[in-house]
Design a protein around this ligand. Structure first.
Ligand code: ATP
Ligand code: MG
Ligand code: FE
Length: 342
């Protein structure tokens, strides 16, 4: 089955073609990061307009790259949520229009299920069951995954997502949006012993997270340095390092707990923050101590992409799921625990 995947939930237009027999055939992405950078964050109306402009040419490019004609497609999958409603509508309406014209099934899929299963596109994919840490711009969740659509939420952030915290810390440090990679780069030169930021919610049992306090902590440190006239490049790098250490340490502590609590030996880490090198290093060490294995998507599939949507869509379409004719879905808020096994 050849499935075209379409992702437009936020600020990247992603398209891919996944063949259930041969694997990923082609994928392409247009990132709107440069366009939104000027405003310091995603402007929803601009995002929708840009998806409208980019999507059809991107679909054509993927079909060309895969050497596949439109008429050879067997189904279409698109991100139905969660995300920005206007942005989601662009992908949803294009998917439904194209599917209607071609007379093939179409299915709206869950964006976070896409992130969660993105490591399945790799050469050595994880076997079920596993623990998943989803760390992106909008989510920080630990999930016990028994199989496709069999998800049990173990814990999540009670306020900001880890990626969101990175983005906010970046802004305070005068770095460009999106802040995660910029903070990580600046932190490289930082002294990890200069400051110690708290590891929120690690002093009590449980698997929930909280990152908004770290934001305040970062701001206080910056203000104090500024007041003393000491906010030079070295000081900023030290703050970035303290912040990154705190976020990474907190995520690692909770992952260790989740593995111990479930007795599982496989950990999947996905979503934009899973690209963070320090997080990968520390998780690798923690897993090795437990005889556990860690799985990641390849670099460009850590953040939003069409491949993960094509993959998840293909699994569910194979099982017979599809949208009703003309019933496109665009669901801005959609808890992943409501998903079911197909
Ligand atoms: P969601 O998937 O929850 O709807 P999203 O799609 O906006 O949110 P992603 O595209 O998966 O999120 O990831 C983007 C986030 O990842 C941003 O917050 C960005 O700062 C963060 N990020 C990317 N690379 C890194 C890195 N190397 N270190 C830390 N954070 C990073
Ligand atoms: Mg994004
Ligand atoms: Fe995402």
């Amino acid at each position: 089955m050849r499935v075209l995947g379409i992702e437009t939930s936020c600020d990247e237009t992603g398209v891919a073609l996944y063949d259930t027999e041969r694997g990923l055939a082609a994928d392409a992405l247009h990132s709107q990061i440069a366009m939104h950078a000027e405003y310091g964050g995603v402007v929803p109306e601009l995002a929708s307009r840009d998806h409208t402009r980019r999507l059809l040419p991107l679909i054509q490019r993927v079909l060309d790259d895969a050497g596949t004609a439109r008429g050879e497609l067997d189904a279409i999958a698109y991100t139905a949520g969660p995300g920005l409603v206007g942005a989601l509508m662009v992908g949803a309406s294009t998917a439904h229009g194209l599917a209607r014209a071609l007379g093939i099934p179409v299915l709206g899929v869950h964006h976070m299920e896409g992130h969660l299963l993105a490591p399945m596109l790799e050469d050595a994919p994880p076997a079920f069951p596993f623990v998943a840490l989803l760390v992106s711009g909008g989510h920080t969740q630990l999930v016990e995954v028994a199989g496709l659509g069999r998800y049990r939420l173990l814990g999540e952030s009670v306020d900001d997502a880890a990626g969101e915290a990175f983005d906010k810390a970046a802004k305070m440090l005068g770095l460009d949006y999106p802040g995660g990679p910029a903070v990580a780069r600046l932190a490289e030169a930082g002294d990890p012993t200069r400051w110690r930021f708290p590891r929120p919610m690690t002093d009590r049992p449980g698997l929930d997270f909280s990152f908004s306090g770290l934001k305040t902590h970062t701001l206080t440190a910056i203000r104090r340095l500024e007041a003393d006239g000491k906010l030079d490049e070295t000081a900023r790098a030290d703050v970035a390092r303290a912040f990154e250490e705190a976020v990474v340490d907190t995520l690692v502590i909770k992952c260790r707990r989740a593995l111990d609590q479930t007795g599982l030996k496989r950990l999947v880490v996905a979503g934009g923050v899973s690209a963070n090198a320090r997080l990968r290093e520390r998780l690798g060490q923690a897993a090795a101590k437990r005889g556990a294995e860690v799985f990641y998507p390849r670099g460009r599939f850590c953040t939003d992409n069409g491949a993960m949507i094509a993959y998840v869509g293909a699994q569910r379409l194979l099982a017979g799921e599809r949208d009703e004719l003309g019933q496109m879905q665009a669901v801005p808020r959609w808890p992943m625990e409501t998903l079911r096994e197909p």
